[in-house]
Design a protein around this ligand. Structure first.
Ligand code: TYM
Length: 326
């Protein structure tokens, strides 16, 4: 049985990118594997140093995970800060992580550009904390979106370096996973290649139907194709990429052909896309509303998750301490 782990930062509601990048694959794998799904609240401190709403955000993500179909009976659903062993492993891994490789990490460079006045050490060592999350359960597979590929590469580097340094074969080489397909990147509605939590270009699973309709009808498009089979601009590729995930293959084919023979009407395509996104999100939203008010249930899930994750993490940290010589 393989160990599968996935995680998300509690910095906003789940959007379609989160779902198709990380959650969907995890849900598909949860019954055949040893599965951990966690809420990365420590990670959120790298960009939100004053987390006034931390507990509320953690609760919201817990609700959203459950509504997406994560089964807390089979998978271990937990909150990162409930497992302080992760922090100890983070410290050990940091001792063998080098400034140059951390500075070269694409997500670090992005953050330096985005928040030049808050380039903290937590941002720099974000990949070692992420490696600690993964290695604390010695995961084999990590369902993530394309943006996390480099972090997974770094996790393998840290795992191998640990093994080499101490002359052991302890950590496995975890792989970013999407059922033998390329990792996915869901684009934004504004023509950019990535749907993001704070970029204003996202459709959230919790969005009401009318909100979804408005967002999609406003999505960026061009003047329309003028030549058969012509190359598509990014904003049009984006609409088709989202459609490929939420609509039926026939619908996708219909609009794809319409684009290629220049008969497409973007208004029709957007209307169809909006209805298909709504059809996809509605049951999830309904479950969210149902679960959100049940604090007792949520607290119980969190407690059980923490206990299960703790057991696995304690075993790892005990063995790692021994290997290092403590
Ligand atoms: P976060 O919170 O940014 O995103 C959570 C997951 O959603 C995926 N994702 C996307 N996938 C496809 N298209 C998109 N537009 C899109 N946007 C987000 C991300 O790839 C991710 O899988 N560093 C992680 C959290 C984390 C983690 C871990 C993940 C911390 N430790 C250990 C896995 C394993 C992050 O920032 O995710």
């Amino acid at each position: 049985m393989e160990t599968v782990l996935s995680g998300i930062r509690p910095t906003g509601n789940l959007h379609l990118g989160n779902y198709f990048g990380a959650v969907k694959n995890f849900v598909k794998m949860q019954h055949e594997n040893r599965c951990f799904f966690f809420i990365a609240d420590y990670h959120s401190l790298t960009t939100h140093p004053h987390p006034d709403n931390l507990q509320q955000s953690v609760k919201q993500i817990l609700v959203e995970y459950l509504a997406c179909g994560i089964d807390p009976q089979t998978a271990t659903l937990y909150v990162q800060s409930d497992i302080p062993e992760t922090v100890e492993l983070y410290l050990f891994l940091n001792m063998n992580a080098y400034l140059g490789e951390l500075e070269r990490c694409a997500s670090f460079k992005d953050k330096v550009r985005q928040q030049p006045n808050n380039v903290n050490a937590g941002l720099l060592t974000y990949p070692t904390l992420m490696a600690a999350d993964i290695l604390i359960h010695n995961a084999d597979k990590v369902p993530v979106g394309k943006d996390q590929e480099q972090h997974l590469e770094m996790t393998r580097t840290f795992a191998n370096r640990f093994n080499k340094t101490y002359g052991v074969n302890y950590f496995k080489e975890p792989k970013a996973y999407n059922f033998n397909q390329d990792l996915i990147k869901i684009p934004g509605l504004d023509g950019s290649t990535k749907m993001g939590k704070s970029t204003g270009n996202a459709i959230y699973l919790i969005d009401e139907p009318e909100v979804i309709r408005k967002k999609i009808m406003k999505a960026k498009t061009d003047m329309g194709p003028t030549m058969e089979n012509q190359q598509r601009p990014q904003e049009i590729i984006n609409l088709f990429t989202i459609m490929e995930q939420v609509s039926s293959p026939d619908t996708f084919q219909y609009f794809n052909d319409a684009y290629n023979n220049c008969s497409i009407r973007y208004g029709d395509m957007k209307k169809q896309l909006a209805e298909d996104v709504i059809h996809f999100c509605e049951p999830i939203r309904a479950r969210m509303l149902e679960i959100a008010s049940n604090n007792e249930y949520l607290q119980k899930i969190r407690k059980i998750g923490a206990e299960k994750a703790h057991e696995s993490a304690q075993k790892t940290i005990r063995e790692v301490r021994k290997i290092i010589g403590f």
